[in-house]
Design a protein around this ligand. Structure first.
Ligand code: 4NP
Length: 155
């Protein structure tokens, strides 16, 4: 059984699709699967934001085939690790958890870089275009650490 990792943001069109693509590119496909979801319902079935697709492409990743979906409570059973992009995502996901085991699966992604500081990946949706580059670099650094840890733990 592959180890399953879920990336979660609000809309599932800007940050978590990038996080999914970046982490998947750093892990062997036969041992790990990576997915993403949004806590909100607005972009279900939609492609990632064109600015996220473009930023990924500059970095040689194709995230254009992803489709938005909403986080659901069964994701706590399906996934081994759940990474959220900001504190508000954390609160929204934790509210749906039924027990401590489910809560323990949920981590704020930048705590991998800045332990216990609860730093947000800023939502670039309404911001400047270069917000997507900043988000990409943050996620790339965090995912490098996550991939190293996961490969060490599950090999
Ligand atoms: P994301 O950005 O959470 O990084 O996908 C957002 C995209 C759309 C909306 C909010 C955040 N929205 O409200 O439509």
């Amino acid at each position: 059984m592959p180890v399953k990792i879920l990336m979660v943001c609000l809309g599932n069109i800007c940050r978590s699709p990038l996080a999914e693509g970046i982490l998947a590119s750093k892990l062997p496909k036969n041992k790990f699967t990576v997915d993403s979801a949004g806590t909100g319902p607005w972009h279900v079935g939609k492609s990632p934001d064109a600015r996220s697709i473009a930023t990924a492409k500059i970095n040689k990743l194709d995230i254009s085939k992803q489709k938005g979906r909403q986080f659901k409570t069964t994701d706590f059973d399906t996934f081994d690790y759940i990474y959220v992009m900001d504190k508000s995502n954390y609160d929204d996901v934790i509210e749906l958890a039924k027990n401590p085991e489910q809560k323990n699966k949920v981590q704020i992604i930048l705590n991998e870089l800045f332990p216990k500081e609860n730093v947000d990946v800023p939502d670039p949706y309404f911001g400047l275009t270069n917000g997507f580059d900043i988000v990409y670099d943050m996620l790339d650094e965090a995912c490098t650490i996550i991939a190293e840890k996961l490969i060490a733990k599950h090999s």
